[in-house]
Design a binder for this molecule. Structure first.
Ligand SMILES: Cc1cc2nc3c(=O)[nH]c(=O)nc-3n(C[C@H](O)[C@H](O)[C@H](O)COP(=O)(O)OP(=O)(O)OC[C@H]3O[C@@H](n4cnc5c(N)ncnc54)[C@H](O)[C@@H]3O)c2cc1C
Ligand code: FES
Length: 518
């Protein structure tokens, strides 16, 4: 049985071939990051005739967007009762209707531009498997009904999971292949005059004489009147300080062939209301219906159980309902969670005019990327936007969530100070082939990965974002930062932001007696 170690969406979509930046450029808007936020924002701007450049560090649409479960829904778990309690019914209502409009915008783009991306209308469900959660489901429906939204409370839920007591149903939501969608949207952006550069990593953005200089690793700058930071986690740390009001959480996904008839498969998009949060949907791949299952969530760099079991737990779970299930694809990714659980969209900081950001989607960025695109578009065009205020990125009230703020502070203190002083947990000789860990060598901490043939790769295990001690992820053979979620491959090369630099590397070692040499 061969399992593809990549997302089904990537395998089932084409490639892109945009050039890297090869000369300095001057533009009205520069968008940094080619995921779904970058795509939608660029689409709206270029269609309105705004001169726009997009800079992407890898290829477009290979980041979180390409590794999600791609449910396009305003049902973001059980969320509306929380919003009503914390911020009032009006905020809950605006959040809901902005996301419904986000779905409509996606549908308009798909239909208007004749985009083939597996877009299908589906109902969406959050289900409960115990009485406490069922009560929360009922309260969620009550809030939604107070808003005036026709959410249904169901006790007969068509999903082959034991103990499902009830669910809240949102009708007319949608699912798609978000990578196919983004690739096609960028194609239209180019058609409308936008310029897209791939393999062009942005390393800094500075305000000089009232305009922005966007510096890139390829040695050329883009000068822009306005900048949109659409890098998932903002790559600019100051003055926005998003690292102090957001953390990253990782999830795993598998796509399985259940070997059941199509009519025995679920019809709709489902997610469990409480831990373990498991999410389901189906998709067609090579003419066959596959079940996409996601879960095993944990904070990046801080797995709850054995990280190696993250996929296995999902597989075992699904096999208890579909015993013949066969895993075809598996992948993982992480998303940013803001302290008040509402995304940060709009002005990046009060100190930097004409710089915008969209982040903190808490694993519901498909509809909210469209909300973000529209809010940023309206800000740039000086249009009024009724939803902008609830997402305002410079708001202070996220700090109300003292519990999560305390957790983040503790994590930072541990990773920035305590774990750096504590003796290393691993010993060089005990690290197996194809394994890694942090050891003490010549009086300093060194991150070691031993390849399958005995080659040793050594890195300085301090994250290049703000200096936290990274931890070894033995499932994906990566160095993960528990502070804000930067990730590096075993050689220290960046996989995900906020960092914009690779880990420092030591010369490759033969054994621990070898002299470390930077
Ligand atoms: C497991 C999982 C499942 C999910 N499922 C769903 C779902 O079903 N429905 C839903 O609504 N949401 C879902 N989400 C959330 C959603 O996928 C994200 O919120 C959304 O894709 C984020 O889009 P983005 O454009 O901000 O980020 P990305 O898609 O990551 O795009 C950011 C881009 O910026 C680029 N970049 C980074 N740094 C630089 C730099 N220095 N220079 C240039 N470019 C740079 C990256 O390479 C990347 O291409 C899920 C999230 C997870 C973790
Ligand atoms: S991601 Fe911020 S210190 Fe590592």
């Amino acid at each position: 049985m061969i399992i593809m170690e990549k997302s089904l969406w990537i395998e089932d979509s084409g490639d892109t071939h945009y050039k890297r930046l090869e000369a300095g450029e001057d533009t009205d808007v520069c968008i940094v990051g080619g995921g779904i936020v970058g795509a939608v924002t660029a689409y709206l701007l270029t269609r309105a005739g705004v001169k726009t450049i997009i800079l992407e560090k890898d290829k477009v649409c290979l980041g979180v967007t390409a590794n999600s479960t791609a449910k396009l829904t305003s049902q973001h778990g059980l969320f509306y009762k929380y919003l009503e309690e914390e911020y009032g019914l009006e905020v809950a209502k605006k959040y809901l209707y902005s996301n419904e409009e986000g779905i409509n915008l996606a549908e308009d783009i798909i239909k208007g531009e004749k985009i083939e991306c597996g877009f299908e209308k589906k109902n969406s469900y959050v289900f409960a498997t115990n009485e406490i959660e069922l009560d929360k489901v009922k309260q969620e429906v009550e809030t939604l009904n107070r808003i005036g939204y026709e959410a249904k409370y169901l006790t007969d839920v068509n999903i082959p999971i034991e103990n499902v007591l009830g669910a809240v149903e949102f009708k007319n939501q949608a699912q798609f292949n978000a990578r196919k969608y983004c690739i096609e949207v960028f194609n239209r952006v180019e058609k409308y005059g936008g310029r897209i550069y791939e393999n062009t990593k942005v390393t800094n953005i500075v305000l000089e004489n009232g305009r922005y200089t966007v510096r890139t690793e390829v040695g050329f700058d883009v000068i822009a009147n306005k900048v949109v930071i659409a890098t998932h986690y903002p790559i600019k740390s100051f003055p926005g300080m998003y690292f102090s009001k957001m953390y990253q959480d990782k999830s795993y996904a598998i796509a399985v062939d259940t070997h059941e008839e199509d009519d025995k498969m679920i019809d709709g998009m489902f997610i469990q209301s409480c831990n373990p949060i498991i999410s389901f949907r189906t998709t067609i791949y090579n003419g066959k219906k596959l079940l996409v299952v996601a879960g095993s969530d944990h904070k990046t760099g801080r797995p709850i159980g054995k990280i190696e079991d993250s996929y296995l737990n999902l597989e075992n779970y699904i096999k208890s309902y579909y015993p013949k299930a066969e895993v075809k694809f598996r992948w993982s990714t992480e998303d940013c969670i803001s302290l008040d659980k509402i995304p940060y969209i709009g002005k990046f900081s009060n100190l930097l005019p004409n710089m915008y950001v969209a982040t903190g989607f808490k694993k519901w960025g498909m509809s909210t990327a469209h909300v973000a695109g529209k809010i940023i578009f309206d800000a740039i065009m000086k249009n009024k936007n009724d939803y902008a205020e609830i997402y305002r990125a410079t708001r202070l009230h996220p700090m109300k969530n003292f519990e999560e703020f305390g957790n983040m502070l503790k994590e930072s203190i541990d990773s920035l100070l305590i774990n750096k002083i504590k003796p290393a947990q691993d010993e060089f000789d005990n690290i197996p082939l194809d394994g890694g860990g942090i050891v003490e060598l010549q009086g300093q901490k060194v991150g070691i990965y031993k390849g399958s043939n005995g080659e040793v790769f050594a890195v300085k295990p301090y994250c290049c974002h703000l200096g936290c001690l990274v931890s070894w992820n033995n499932l994906e053979k990566t160095w993960d930062c528990p502070c804000h979620g930067s990730r590096y491959d075993y050689m220290g090369n960046i996989i995900t932001e906020p960092t914009v630099r690779n880990l420092e590397r030591f010369n490759i070692l033969k054994d621990e007696e070898d002299v470390l040499d930077l």
